[in-house]
Design a protein around this ligand. Structure first.
Ligand SMILES: NC(=O)c1ccc[n+]([C@@H]2O[C@H](COP(=O)([O-])OP(=O)(O)OC[C@H]3O[C@@H](n4cnc5c(N)ncnc54)[C@H](O)[C@@H]3O)[C@@H](O)[C@H]2O)c1
Length: 290
């Protein structure tokens, strides 16, 4: 689907990081943007900044910005977000189910039940809630796209982030099935799983600040003397780079959008290992049949 002026985009987890960068990419192209986030103050500030920064592009397109405080793990709140979007802007073209948190780095047997529950509720059911509330409008319109933020950790194993990696695999699987279902009902409605590697965002800090009782997160790294976050080793993209790659991926109709070159090799290695298992199973069935 071509992303263009006059369309309406919804972005969950829109107060910060990848979500805010997606919102900027949409606003700069003249789309109306509905930002949703569980943190009301950062959300309000983000919506103001977005409207100011992109005032010209938004005014030229007759587009607007709205903010709706939303906990994506609450199905009623996500339905209210969908209702508000259609009441305010009349339609919805792109839904970015992007809100996210990350748990503590530890082996899986040390992860608390509350950590599992939290990640499943926000990262997986948050996406499912978005799909339930927004898909009917898109199908009725005959046009639309879901961008579900998974992770490179949804395409390969990631020891010590077991719950996160497990749930991100589920988001990739959900999105592949969703794309097939949507296209069967309306060929111009589809879905993409965004699979970034490391992105320079405050994900660890935000997660630590909002984790529920019993859920665990890693300690955020101490900031440098100038207040900046400590550089992370490895390939790190900016949220703005990820947003631009995402839009290109939506326009190309990619079901999985990979962003980081350092993900290509491990993703390929996992697929090769799966293929080897398939080939071995097929060979052993052939052998037993003969
Ligand atoms: N930063 C990375 O390296 C990276 C890599 C791969 C995938 N991701 C994914 O990208 C997405 C965005 O994360 P980010 O890195 O931009 O971090 P971020 O912390 O900057 O943004 C996440 C936003 O989600 C919001 N949020 C958390 N729980 C919510 C809830 N229940 N309901 C609504 N909003 C909620 C937070 O308040 C925050 O504003 C997440 O799904 C994350 O898992 C991040």
């Amino acid at each position: 689907m071509k992303i263009e002026s006059g369309q309406v985009a919804v972005v969950t987890g829109g107060a910060s990081g990848i979500g805010y960068a997606l919102a900027e990419a949409f606003a700069s192209r003249g789309l109306s943007v509905v930002l949703a986030d569980v943190r009301p103050e950062p959300l309000g500030r983000a919506a103001e900044t977005l409207a100011e920064t992109h005032a010209k592009a938004l005014a030229a397109a007759g587009a607007g910005v709205a903010a709706v405080t939303t906990d994506v793990s609450d199905p009623d709140a996500v339905q209210a977000l969908a209702d508000t979007t259609v009441e305010r802007f009349g339609r919805v073209d792109v839904v970015c189910n992007n809100a996210g948190v990350v748990g503590r780095q530890a082996p899986m047997w040390e992860q608390t039940p509350q950590t599992w529950r939290w990640l499943i509720d926000v990262l997986l059911l948050g996406v499912a809630n978005g799909v339930r509330s927004f898909a009917p409008s898109m199908i009725a319109q005959g046009q639309g796209h879901f961008l579900n933020t998974a992770s490179a950790a949804g395409l390969m194993r990631l020891p010590l982030l077991g719950p996160y990696s497990t749930v991100k695999h589920a988001v990739v699987g959900l999105t592949e099935t969703l794309d097939a279902e949507l296209r069967a009902y309306a060929p111009a409605v589809g879905a993409s799983a965004l699979c970034p590697g490391l992105v320079d965002t405050p994900l660890v800090e935000t997660s630590a600040a909002i984790r529920p009782d019993g859920a665990e997160t890693s300690e955020p790294a101490a900031p440098g003397e100038d207040g900046s976050r400590k550089p992370i080793p490895g390939e790190v993209l900016t949220a703005a780079e990820v947003a631009e790659i995402s839009i290109a991926g939506i326009e190309a109709g990619r079901v999985r959008i990979l962003t980081h070159t350092d993900s290509f090799r491990p993703a390929r290695a996992r697929l090769a290992a799966v293929l080897a298992d398939v080939d071995q199973a097929a060979a052993s069935r052939d052998g037993s049949a003969g």
